[in-house]
Design a protein. Structure first.
Length: 272
């Protein structure tokens, strides 16, 4: 009897060992998708991962699926030992957590900021002891912005830049949900530009958390496979206290090219 138990225990041990060997280097995490394109998958955490060219797309409950990876779907990502996503299991419903997310973050090619405050996150990126390498290679950059709760539900959000002559509709963003918009662009490393968020005009420009005009945001693109940028808009100009969007005798500036938006048609622009 003891011999049979010993043999059964040995067989069970061998089976467990084979299972562990088969699973070695394989990490599984779950989360909500933010974007899937150009060989990368981004989760709403802001982290981006490289996708294998032969990635398998399945239903999270097992078997084939007609779903395609897109924002707001839930997914189980399976990584190989090299850190590439080899399988995405999709679901319209929230998926329970599996492996520790920290196991997958070492594979991320675009990391979310560990600091919730976006301004602090930008300061961390400018640390001078980190060597900066620039070759002009294309970098996949994803911008995600959280807008204030008072944003009109039918609003469009844009990015205006100094490179576009501060055109308030230079880069249109896609709505993710009621408070989040995103857009992905390929930018060459070495690109530097200033930018601000707007709802399509200089009268709907973003303001700082204190309600005052804020300086433009700044970004510098260095060599990377992908990069994720997360920003927060605290207030729009037309929603500022009292609805004052301009002051008397204000000269046009690159950031406020129309300082007298409420004048009647045909009325000449006053000068100081």
């Amino acid at each position: 009897m003891r011999g049979k138990i010993s043999r059964a225990a040995a067989a069970l041990g061998i089976a467990l060992a084979l299972a562990l060997v088969g699973a070695a280097g394989e990490v599984r995490i779950t989360g909500q998708l933010l974007s899937y394109q150009d060989g990368f998958v981004f989760f709403t955490t802001g982290d981006g991962f490289r996708v294998s060219p032969n990635v398998a797309i399945h239903d999270a409950s097992g078997g084939p699926t007609t779903l395609q990876p897109r924002p707001r779907l839930w997914a189980r990502a399976v990584f190989d030992a090299q850190g590439d996503v080899t399988e995405l299991d999709l679901s319209r419903k929230i998926l329970p957590a599996e492996d520790d997310y920290a196991l997958a973050r070492k594979y991320a090619v675009a990391l979310s900021s560990p600091i919730p405050n976006p301004e602090l996150g930008q300061q961390a990126e400018t640390t001078h002891h980190i060597p900066i390498r620039v070759t002009g290679r294309p970098v996949l950059v994803q911008f995600t912005v959280e807008v204030p709760p008072g944003t009109p539900p039918n609003a469009n959000v844009y990015i205006m830049t100094d490179a576009s002559g501060w055109n308030p509709q230079a880069i249109a963003m896609d709505r993710i949900d009621a408070l989040h918009f995103r857009v992905t662009r390929r930018l060459n490393s070495g690109t530097d530009f200033l930018y601000l968020y707007t709802r399509g005009s200089s009268q709907t420009l973003e303001r700082g958390e204190n309600g005052l005009s804020r300086p433009p945001r700044e970004i510098s693109i260095t060599d990377a496979d992908a990069r994720s940028v997360s920003d927060t808009v605290y207030l729009w100009t037309d929603q500022a206290s009292g609805g004052n969007i301009s002051q008397p005798f204000t000269l046009p500036t690159p950031y406020n090219p129309a300082p007298f938006p409420n004048l009647p048609p045909g009325f000449p622009t006053p000068h100081p």
